[in-house]
Design a protein around this ligand. Structure first.
Ligand code: SF4
Length: 366
């Protein structure tokens, strides 16, 4: 066993490494010489995923309800400064219709995602959450609305929201500064994550792999953060440049490194809910299947109305822009089966590692 393979073995056993060890693992997994190591990590990660969740893949239906954002993140296609994008907001009725379609297709989690759009103040947003929870009491509502105040997070939680996704983007302060304008702060992002957890949300964080200026050390810091924070969800995908952003000429992140990071995250956080993201499917036609084979257990099809999908393009060439939800659901089901997994009708809550043995005795709806 090589030194790097020993580190992976220890990562699975102890679920922690030092920052330098994470960095060494990331460097060892790069390029052609890292192929065997990446394959070994993926095999371990898929086994760990199976031990915790079986071969079941959870589905989250995403409703992208506003592409208006007060922020100007340098990597984002709907950033405030992009004049090329037509802006839209969905009504509560629009959102309900999207959820109805998803429910009929077996989705039991709805992710309400948007830019930081002040029009959706606490009253409006809480009313939307209450309506979705009232109509679909057996479903989880995940919010992905960016940074808000403690009171706002609390009000939305009290309205019934179950989970919150807030990507940290990078665990390194200096790197964060290179990806965001001075009006945004790494410290505030981290504070929001802690507030969300304190309120009682299931919390998701995550980062882009291969974002501009990212070093192996930065990724090591991301892994250290995941190790210490122990998120309920972790959304990672490759950086993909958008034509109307300052990063338009930057190279994209790679499929190989994103898959490898998915595997390492599964090993250090065995019961985390880990999506094979749409961005992964965008850089490789079988990216999502490969993500699941590398340890992921969540997919996130788009429920947004067809008329607005092209206006929510965070990066170039996003896939599934013209597919009806039913097509996406069936397509994902077939894709998952090619890697020995299956989509289930389930809220897909985090199952703590110590209750994994229950999976053997439960029956799952198809
Ligand atoms: S990444 Fe999020 S916060 Fe940043 S500009 Fe895009 S939508 Fe707004």
């Amino acid at each position: 066993m090589t030194g790097a393979e020993q580190l992976i073995e220890r990562l699975e056993r102890e679920r922690r490494l030092s920052l330098s060890e994470y960095e060494a693992l990331i460097l060892a997994g790069r390029g052609e010489t890292g192929a065997d190591l990446r394959a070994a990590a993926a095999a371990r990660a898929a086994r760990v995923r199976d031990e915790n969740y079986g071969n079941r893949v959870f589905v989250r239906g995403i409703v992208e309800f506003t592409n208006i954002c007060q922020n100007d993140c340098y990597y984002c296609g709907i950033r405030r400064s992009n004049q090329e994008v037509a802006r839209y907001r969905l009504t509560g009725d629009d959102i309900l219709r999207c959820c109805e379609a998803g429910y009929g297709l077996g989705m039991r989690t709805f992710v309400l995602q948007g830019g930081e759009d002040g029009w959706y103040d606490d009253d409006r947003m809480a009313a939307i959450v209450r309506r979705v929870k009232g109509e679909f009491p057996d479903c989880a509502v995940t919010l992905s609305l960016g940074e808000r105040s403690r009171d706002s997070y609390q009000r939305l939680f009290d309205a019934g929201a179950d989970r919150y996704l807030l990507r940290h983007e990078t665990a390194d302060r200096a790197h964060y500064r290179k990806l965001h304008p001075a009006s945004m702060s790494w410290e505030h992002r981290m504070a929001c994550l802690c507030v969300l957890r304190g309120i009682g949300y299931a919390v998701g964080l995550g980062m882009m792999v291969g974002s501009p200026f990212q070093t192996a050390r930065d990724l090591a810091e991301d892994l250290k953060l995941i190790e210490t924070f122990q998120p309920d969800m972790c959304g990672i995908g490759p950086f993909i440049p958008h034509r109307d952003t300052p990063f338009r000429d930057q190279p994209a992140g790679t499929l190989e490194e994103t898959l490898y990071l998915l595997s390492l995250i599964r090993l250090l956080c065995p019961d985390v809910l880990l999506p094979a993201t749409t961005a992964l499917g965008t850089i490789d036609p079988r990216g999502r299947e490969k993500g699941v084979a590398a340890g992921a257990n969540v997919v996130m099809p788009n429920l947004s109305p067809g008329r607005v999908r092209h206006q929510y393009e965070l990066y170039d060439n996003k896939i599934c822009m013209d597919d009806e939800p039913v097509m996406c659901r069936n397509c994902l089901d077939l894709r998952m089966r090619t890697v020995g997994c299956r989509i289930v009708v389930d809220r897909g809550d985090r199952r703590r590692a110590d209750s994994a043995e229950r999976k053997q005795t439960e029956t799952e709806p198809e």
